[in-house]
Every structure is written in C-alpha cells, then in structure tokens.
Design a protein around this ligand. Sequence first.
Ligand code: MN
Length: 259
Amino acid sequence: MRILLTNDDGIHAPGLWALHAALAPGNEVTIVAPDRERTGVGHAITLHHPLRTALLAVNGTEGYAVNGTPADCVKLAILEILVGRPDLVVSGLNPGANVGVNIHYSGTVAAAREAALGGIPAIAASIDGRAPRDLASPARFVRRLADRITAHGLRPGTFLNVNFPDVGWEATAGVRVSRQGLSVFREYVEKRLDPRNRPYYWQGADVQRFDEDPPDVDGSALRSGYVSVTPIRCDVTDYDGIDRLKGWDLDLNGGEGGA
Ligand code: MN
C-alpha cells in the first residue's frame, strides 16, 4: 500500500515517527509534514508566500519538510512530490485529543479531510494526552485500521477520526464507534499589557466538559477508556435544514412578490 504520512506537529514529532515505524513494514510510506508545529491551524492553506520543501534525514529515514500547513502538505504531496496517488493518507499521532468541536480547529484532522476531499481514504489519529505514555500500541492499531480500510473501503468524502485514551494499552477498555460531540471548551482571553502599556490578548481553553456529553459521542468514549473511531464526512450540509429553508420562500426581491 502507498501511504502518505503527515501531521500538524512537525516532521520531528515523536507521534509521526511512531506511525512510521508501525506502517513502514510492507508498505511504501512517504513523509510530507510541516517543518514546525502547526497545531490548531485547521484547514488553512498558504497562498501569499511560496512553499518550499526540504528533504531531511530523520531517524535514518527521509521525509519532506514543508514550510506550510498540514493541508498544504497533503496538496503538495499529491500534486507534486508523490509519484502516483497514495492509497491512504495518515495524519498523527497528535498529542492531545481531537474530539468534539476540536475537529474544526485541528490541523491533524484537516490533513485527513484534505485527502478525503480528493477522494483518498484517510485516518486522523490523536492521543488524549500532551505527553502520551505509549505511542507504539496506538500506532499498531492505526496500521490495523488501515488494513480494514483496504478490506472494506471508505465512502468517497469520508475519513476516520481515531482518538486513543492515554491510560496504557492494557487498561484500554476497547474500541467504540462514535459520533462527533459538540460540547464546547471553556474559552477565555487573558488581557495583558506590553512594555509600552498597550493591551494584548492571549487566548486559551480549558479541557472540554465531557460530563455533559451524551454517551455515544467521541469524548465520552475516550473518558470511558475506549478508543474512539468516528467516520467524518467532508459534506457538512444540514440535510433536514434544506426543506426548512425552502419553506422560507426566499426570492431575489425579498418575498411577498417584492417591494
Ligand atoms: Mn498537534
């Protein structure tokens, strides 16, 4: 299998290399990853300055470092670097869960979405810990998941978002297929003053309030010690909303036959 491996933590991140170790045997794996951490850039792409690649030797393996975002890396890999389309794109392993609303901000998830937009099966993989205690076992699970994708296929426009609890593999409860939760972060902005007395702002967010999540969502699975696997679609249309919106009788001139 031809696999494109990327992440949003930069080419030197341990999670990427754990995935490489698990995926490389028997597969043709190409690494195209950001040259520095790009966590939280979402699906941003670079339009206002040139992209450059550097072929680096890391851990005895060559990989392409790109001065762009995760979505840039996937685009550049498919359009230019790879010879032929990959069979699978894998993004991760991200330290820090990508569940719930996080999916919209995550560079890790965006790389997988970028692949799915191009009709290529993809996996985004994250661990619920800033310094995960075990990368090798989750990486081996991602490899088995890749084999299942080969066996079963994914619908075009769908990719898998997998999150691992950071409880150690022996303590992991099992695998739960979940849906995306929508509970929000407790967000805040700290206002500070610079040396010239001008205010600046530093935003942050506390851990998600998992307690309010229904049991079938991704965050609840993690909190219960399960590996969470969520199929995510690129099409974010609210299909029920189409008929409701049609009932608004929208027209060019403001309705009621126009003014
Ligand atoms: Mn990250």
